[in-house]
Design a protein around this ligand. Sequence first.
Ligand SMILES: Cc1cc2nc3c(=O)[nH]c(=O)nc-3n(C[C@H](O)[C@H](O)[C@H](O)COP(=O)(O)OP(=O)(O)OC[C@H]3O[C@@H](n4cnc5c(N)ncnc54)[C@H](O)[C@@H]3O)c2cc1C
Length: 159
Amino acid sequence: MPDRDVIGEPGQGWRVAMATAENERGLTLRSPGRFLAAADRLLDLWRAEGSPAWARDRVADALIGARAYQLFTYAGASRALEGEPMGPESSLNKVFWSEYDIALHETALDLLGAEGESAHGDWAEGYVFSLAGPIYAGTNEIQRDIIAERLLGLPKGRR
Ligand SMILES: Cc1cc2nc3c(=O)[nH]c(=O)nc-3n(C[C@H](O)[C@H](O)[C@H](O)COP(=O)(O)OP(=O)(O)OC[C@H]3O[C@@H](n4cnc5c(N)ncnc54)[C@H](O)[C@@H]3O)c2cc1C
């Protein structure tokens, strides 16, 4: 590696790698617009299915979650503009968006019933992809380790 290509100081590679992963998890991987649009589509679907009362809270959770995610992302972007690192808070974000995505798609499939099983349906396809969310970008088990140790200050588990 030529000296001119070194990022930061030699010996700081782990820190650079972790900062890269934190930015991916916390800011750049899933855009808030995607979830806001999906929550709107879910609302339309709920209405088209006759606004069933059993799904009302779940649809409301999807709308509130999309907005909360948007605001959390604004906060992260604002911190980045101030030159602050994402930090372990990005793990909270990652657990949130990956579990949110699954819940939103499950609600849509429950609204669609048997029709939702159609292999070519957008919702079914989105659901299958959402199942990968807790795995990629660092599994949610790992994120929970980070939250426990670095945010909550809990003792390290046995390695
Ligand atoms: C759709 C998709 C896209 C992907 N895209 C990319 C990409 O663009 N770039 C890239 O580099 N990789 C990518 N990956 C790979 C992904 O990052 C890894 O699959 C993921 O980090 C998990 O690593 P692993 O599969 O080696 O599982 P392992 O690390 O072997 O983990 C296996 C299981 O053990 C658990 N586990 C492991 N260690 C601990 C621990 N310390 N505490 C608690 N539980 C633990 C894990 O949570 C998991 O359930 C992608 C994966 C998927 C599914």
